[in-house]
Each structure stands twice: as structure tokens, then as C-alpha cells.
Design a protein around this ligand. Sequence first.
Ligand code: SIN
Length: 280
Amino acid sequence: MNMMNTTSGIKIQKFSPNLGAIITDVDLSKGVNDDQFKDIEKAFLEYQVLFFQNQNEITPELHLKFGKLFGELHMHPAAPSMNGYPEIFEIHAHKDSKVANGEFWHSDVSCDITPPLGTMLQLHILPETGGDTMFSNMYEAYNELSNKYKTLLDGLIAIHESEHLYKGRYDDRGVNKDDIKTPAAKHPLIRTHPITGKKAIYVNRTFTTGIEGMSKYESSSILEFLFNHCEHVNFQIRYRWNKNDMAFWDNRCTMHRAIWDYWPNERKGRRVTIKGDKPI
Ligand code: SIN
């Protein structure tokens, strides 16, 4: 087993050759100390998505506190928040749900001018089977392009929108349609991670609707190629959740997709996102 020990005592085990790590020997319900934080931050940048296992349910307060260690929190522009906790998005699908969150490949809220750096999701209610989440490595997707295609993409600006997605989406969850925002933004199609300095493809099927300065036909042929390329199985992992696992993913260099294959069963948890920089 490729278990790595750290100075803080947390254990890190690579999840797959291309992406992810499992983190154990840290109890998030007790909070994290400075040394644990440093090891978690380092692992986050290296593995892009972390899965904290053997966890207890953490309180909303501690969840928010854990998120704030990485930066200011992000507020979702449209999704229902937990009562009394505007920065917590309750992920919940059950027999009466019309939609489940994140069913198509995306990087969270990429339609925002400053989209989230990372997302922390802890699931408390799981279906007996199913409800996995898939993640895809956008550094690898970039690296696998030919130099000629990289040159074509260099300097292109992608358009990200949300009205088509958010309008009416959460009506059945008590969200008043006048209270939602439907942001749109333009971001470099290839972004450079502000800390690792690595390049990643930054477009996704959920939010990206066009490329600046190109006709609909030109941009849709490039985007369709990139969506399919980024969703290639070689860049992916598929995570099967245990109750109270916490996943923490880097939206700047990964995409994800939640699989709603468990209807009419229930799946529920809490999600905290951390504000990121304007993509460069
Ligand atoms: C999401 O945040 O996109 C949902 C992820 C999940 O429910 O697994």
C-alpha cells in the first residue's frame, strides 16, 4: 500500500495514478491544527482532490471554519442554503426531487467572475448503492493535447453562463425565483493555476457556452471537442462514498460529475465552497 506518513501524523494514500488521495488519521470533527493544515494544503495542491475517510459528521460551524482556513467563503448565486447558514449549500436528492446537483461535468460555478477555488462536501445520508462522484484531471487533459492544438487555444477566452441552468432549477426546494442571481463571465480557456503554475483546460459542458470572437459554429466545434476530450476516461476517477466522508476538490484544475443513479433513494450532505481568484 502506498501510504505516506506526514509530520502531522495524517496519512495520505494515492487514490489512482492520475488523480486524488485518501486522507486518514485526522478527525475533522475535532478541527485541524496548524501542522495538519499544512499537510492537507500540500496534498490538496498535489493530488487535486482529497477524500477524508473514517470521519464523524462535523458541525456546520466546524465545516465553515475548515473552509475558511483556505480563504474567504463563496456564496452560491442560486442554490438553496442551509437554514441559518447562508454559506452552506445542502446537497439533497430524494424520491420527490426533480433534479440532483452536479449531474453533468462541471467546475463549480465557473460562471462567476471569481469562481470557487475549492469545494468541501461531506455526505451524511447515502443510498445503499450508487451516488458516486466522478472527477477529471484538467492538467492531464491539457498535457495530452498536441502542441499545435495548444497553440490554437492559447489566448482564447471562453464564455461561461448560468441563466439556462439556474432559472427555475431550485423552485421545488423553496428558492424564490427573484432571489437568485444568474452570473456570466469570460475566462481564459486555458488557465494557469495561481499556486502550482500548471496549465489546465477550463471549459465545461454545464456552463461554457461559447468562445469570444468566434461564430457559434466555430466555437461549438472547438468546445465539443474539448468537452469530449476532458471527459476521457483516462483523466477520470470515480469515488464511492462512505457515510461522513469529506471530499475536497480543486475547481481550478479538476471537473466533476455526480451520478444520480439511486432514485428514489436519498442522498444528503453539506457543501462549503471557498472563493477563488479571477482565472488567469
Ligand atoms: C456538486 O457539488 O457538484 C455535487 C457533487 C456531489 O453531489 O457528489
